[in-house]
Design a binder for this molecule. Structure first.
Ligand code: NAG
Ligand code: NAG
Ligand code: NAG
Length: 188
């Protein structure tokens, strides 16, 4: 008699003592290499590796609003997790954006797509939609390019913040520290 045994090499070590490995309701973390060994009492086990890829539709894992002042370079980025990798499109309202039009460049690298404005002008401020698509589906999110005054641009990367609410909170903090600083000056 021959026994077949499946073992997930990395991860949770799924084992099946059957001729078939049946995984119902497969999860993303069950992707990976499985080892199938055929055992009998006589010979050394015959081992083969089987690779299982779990495909799933995109979900957007990171998207940041960005504040930039007129005349500066602005970069919006959108990160999507998907297997196979997502393809990206950027829209402003119903208009699809493309590299070379209106001074923007779109770059896709693996999970991340960036929309770069080389020289931000007033008309660039607003909402942009990042759409991530693979053969299993698509999703989208809205990202805002908002105006900041040139003086606050020196705040650096810390000024780039997730979401509208945390952005306004962070602005409140900046304002608060400005106030404390002013008090400090008045006192001494
Ligand atoms: C950016 O755009 C403004 C207005 O269109 C223009 O005056 C300026 O020279 C541009 N700057 C660069 C670096 O291209
Ligand atoms: C941009 O999106 C934000 C949040 O989703 C919304 O509150 C705002 O009204 C939108 N702005 C425009 C110009 O559509
Ligand atoms: C974004 O997603 C919503 C709901 O899932 C959909 O109604 C809308 O058409 C999508 N927008 C784009 C530009 O794909």
């Amino acid at each position: 008699t021959i026994t077949l045994r499946f073992l997930q090499i990395e991860g949770q070590g799924f084992v099946s003592e059957d001729e078939y490995l049946e995984i119902s309701d497969i999860k993303r973390d069950q992707s990976g290499e499985y080892e199938c060994s055929a055992l009998n009492d006589v010979a050394a086990p015959d081992v083969r590796k089987v690779k299982i890829t779990v495909n799933y539709p995109p979900y957007i894992s990171k998207a940041k609003n960005m504040g930039v002042s007129v005349g500066q370079k602005g970069i919006l980025s959108c990160e999507a997790s998907a297997v196979p990798n997502a393809e990206f499109q950027w829209f402003r309202e119903d208009t699809r954006l493309a590299t070379g039009l209106d001074g923007v460049r779109i770059e896709n690298k693996g999970r991340i797509s960036t929309l770069t404005f080389f020289n931000v002008s007033e008309k660039d401020y607003g909402n942009y939609t990042c759409v991530a698509t693979n053969k299993l589906g698509n999703t989208n999110t809205s990202i805002t390019l908002y105006e900041i005054s040139p003086s606050s641009a020196v705040a650096g990367p810390g000024a780039v913040i997730d979401g509208v609410n945390s952005a306004s909170r962070a602005l409140a903090c900046l304002w608060l520290s400005g106030t404390l600083f002013a008090h400090f000056f008045i006192k001494f």
